[in-house]
Ligand binder design. Structure first.
Ligand code: SAM
Length: 206
């Protein structure tokens, strides 16, 4: 699992590395572009006026909502990642923040039509994820939606099968999503499988 410093150092080659991994169909980024596209399409249908991206990175996905006219807020613990996002989206409100410590005060005062997070929340343990989802749900407008795209599996059996097959690549310090577990805490959530190792979780406010 990468630290803040690790992400700062990765920034220069991050996008190319991820696109190459997706293109090659390799774990962990196989399906990355389809994950982003699914979130973009699903999110855009709601014509969101205000969007929050948690673990925004270089802003590849948030920029699409920005270009569609949404006001974008973003947080990340890597200043270097945020610097790239700022170049892409000069008007965005970007904050350096560790997501395990909650939202920055300005974001706590804002309600969002759409909250997105891609390939970031698997750095949290299960209970931290549950806490983060509840925190983000509370920031949603009444008909708002939280869309999480990440390394994710529908069942624990599937998680274990890929874990066995990807021994050289699987990072035991990361905590990939298992939907059948999450569904117990968020019974109204939905899961859209995207690739052998990726999926999109859909969580509404209530
Ligand atoms: C794999 S990148 C994904 C970036 C972007 N969302 C994307 O889909 O390309 C993970 C991002 O999450 C950020 N991140 C990881 N752990 C974090 C934490 N505890 N708090 C805030 N940001 C974190 C990293 O700095 C990095 O920018």
């Amino acid at each position: 699992m990468l630290s803040k410093k690790g992400f700062d150092e990765w920034v220069k080659t991050y996008e190319q590395d991820v696109f190459d991994s997706d293109e090659a169909g390799e774990f962990p980024f196989a399906g990355y572009r389809d994950v982003l596209f699914t979130i973009y399409q699903t999110g855009l249908k709601r014509m969101p006026k205000r969007v929050l991206d948690v673990g925004i990175g270089t802003g590849v996905l948030a920029k699409q909502f920005y270009d569609a006219g949404a006001a974008v807020d973003g947080m990340d613990f890597s200043q270097k990642m945020l610097d790239v996002s700022k170049q892409r989206m000069p008007e965005a409100r970007l904050e350096v923040q560790d997501m395990r410590e909650g939202l920055p005060p300005a974001f706590q005062e804002t309600s969002y039509d759409l909250i997105i997070s891609t390939y970031a929340l698997h750095h949290l343990h299960y209970q931290e994820k549950v806490h983060a989802i509840k925190t983000l749900q509370n920031q949603l407008a009444n008909d708002g939606v939280l869309l999480i795209g990440d390394v994710a599996f529908e069942t624990f059996d599937e998680h274990e099968r890929v874990r066995r097959n990807q021994r050289g690549y699987w990072d035991e310090d990361e905590h990939y999503w298992v939907y059948e577990t999450l569904q117990k805490d968020f019974p109204k959530s939905l899961f859209v499988p995207i690739s052998f190792c990726a999926g999109v979780l859909i969580v509404r406010r209530k």
